[in-house]
Design a protein around this ligand. Structure first.
Ligand SMILES: [Zn+2]
Length: 390
């Protein structure tokens, strides 16, 4: 049986069409066509607002879902990281229940796929039964060269656990430029040719300050964790420019946060050779929660950066909801159109997670999920809510 959907506007993954276009799918949501309403026949399901493909959440930490409201807002990144590290232990049942609830909420709100950071294998139980598609980023850290091999081996062990459970969308990734040594970067880069990688990038000014001066708040983090940084030599290059050259061009790389990415960085990247294919993931709600600041989204756009969207975790967000992230961006950057924001959250996200054969757009044969965005007025996303309808 065919399903037919129309709304005030139909977002295809590329562009917004009007109420005169009808999305036709089979009963499982496989797209059959988009047709003019006067040829669509009977049985059209009519919605208010927008119909769009399912959202792709490119950055999440499902395993931190039990930490909602535990870290005070505006703590700054260093205090936030220390609070997460010291406060993440909890009863297994509590951790599992929180992940289950977060997974359900993501599905209800229209998210169909997630790029998820894993420091443990805790999330396997929830993910193995989930309706969502997960790409699992096994995250490793270690700023001391001597520990590179053992840290990588720990990550490889966890990687194997995911594979054993049939989760083959998995890769070993660096946590950040300030927590991964050059030796560990080399092991990650060499592990799996052409893999999809992700890294927390330029999340706070402290990171930039440390890389360019060797000073600042970041020293508190190393001190608290007992990490020896005497080998570190600051230079005029930012953390982004210094770390990105450690990943070869056969990979693709999702850069997450980018709060302090500058025009100088973007110019340097434009000149770079053999760099990975880059995606720029914005997690605005988490940036506001931790530091009350946002990336220069207009700058990223002007440099034609391929932008995608993430929720980060419930430790730094009130909900794992992509539409809420888009609303923050549109409110702060009035020039961002609804179509452009939706493209970042659908097509671009699907490309970043390498799942665009099935997700991201309403093209024949794809099965991207069908989402209704309703409420609000004047074509903006303010005041809207999203709901998965197929
Ligand atoms: Zn994160």
């Amino acid at each position: 049986m065919l399903r037919k959907f129309s709304a005030d506007r139909l977002f295809t993954g590329y562009t917004l069409l009007g109420a005169d276009s009808v999305l036709v799918t089979d009963e499982n949501g496989v797209v059959q066509d988009i047709v003019p309403i006067d040829t669509a026949g009977e049985g059209i399901e009519k919605y208010n607002g927008i119909i769009c493909p399912g959202f792709v959440n490119c950055h999440c930490h499902l395993e931190l879902s039990h930490m909602h409201d535990l870290v005070p807002r505006n703590s700054g990144m260093i205090k936030f990281l220390l609070a997460v590290m010291s406060g993440r232990q909890a009863e297994e049942e509590k951790v599992i229940n929180a992940m289950q609830a977060a997974d359900n909420a993501m599905k209800e709100s229209g998210i169909v796929a997630v790029g998820d950071i894993c420091n443990t294998a805790d999330s396997i139980r929830v993910k193995s039964k989930s309706a969502l598609l997960y790409h699992n980023f096994i995250e490793v850290t270690g700023f001391t060269a001597a520990k590179a091999r053992s840290r990588f081996d720990q990550g490889a062990e966890m990687y194997a656990k995911f594979l054993e459970r049939g989760m083959d969308r998995v890769s070993i990734v660096p946590h950040s430029p300030y927590s991964v040594s050059e030796e560990l970067f080399e092991l990650i880069n060499a592990h799996q040719k052409g893999s999809l990688l992700s890294i927390h990038n330029q999340e706070s000014i402290a990171e930039t300050e440390f890389f360019t001066t060797g000073k600042g708040e970041m020293l508190e983090l190393y001190k608290a964790l007992g990490i020896d940084i005497t080998h570190f030599v600051p230079s005029k290059e930012s953390s982004l420019v210094r770390s990105i050259i450690k990943i070869t061009g056969d990979h693709s790389l999702i850069l997450v946060h980018n709060v302090n990415t500058s025009a100088r960085d973007l110019k340097a990247i434009h000149r770079g050779r053999n760099l990975p294919l880059l995606f720029w993931c914005l997690c605005p709600a988490a940036n506001v929660y931790i530091n009350n600041e946002l990336p220069d989204v207009v700058l990223l756009k002007n440099y034609n950066c391929k932008i995608v969207v993430g929720t980060d975790s419930l430790a730094s967000n009130d909900q794992l909801n992509i539409l809420e992230e888009l609303k923050i961006l549109q409110e702060r950057f009035g020039e961002l159109s609804t179509a452009e924001l939706l493209r970042w959250a659908t097509l671009n996200g699907a490309e970043a997670l390498r799942i665009d054969e099935k997700y991201g757009t309403f093209e024949n044969g794809k099965q991207p999920g069908v989402v209704n965005i309703s409420g609000g007025e004047n074509g903006s996303l303010a005041g809207t809510v999203s709901k998965r309808i197929l």
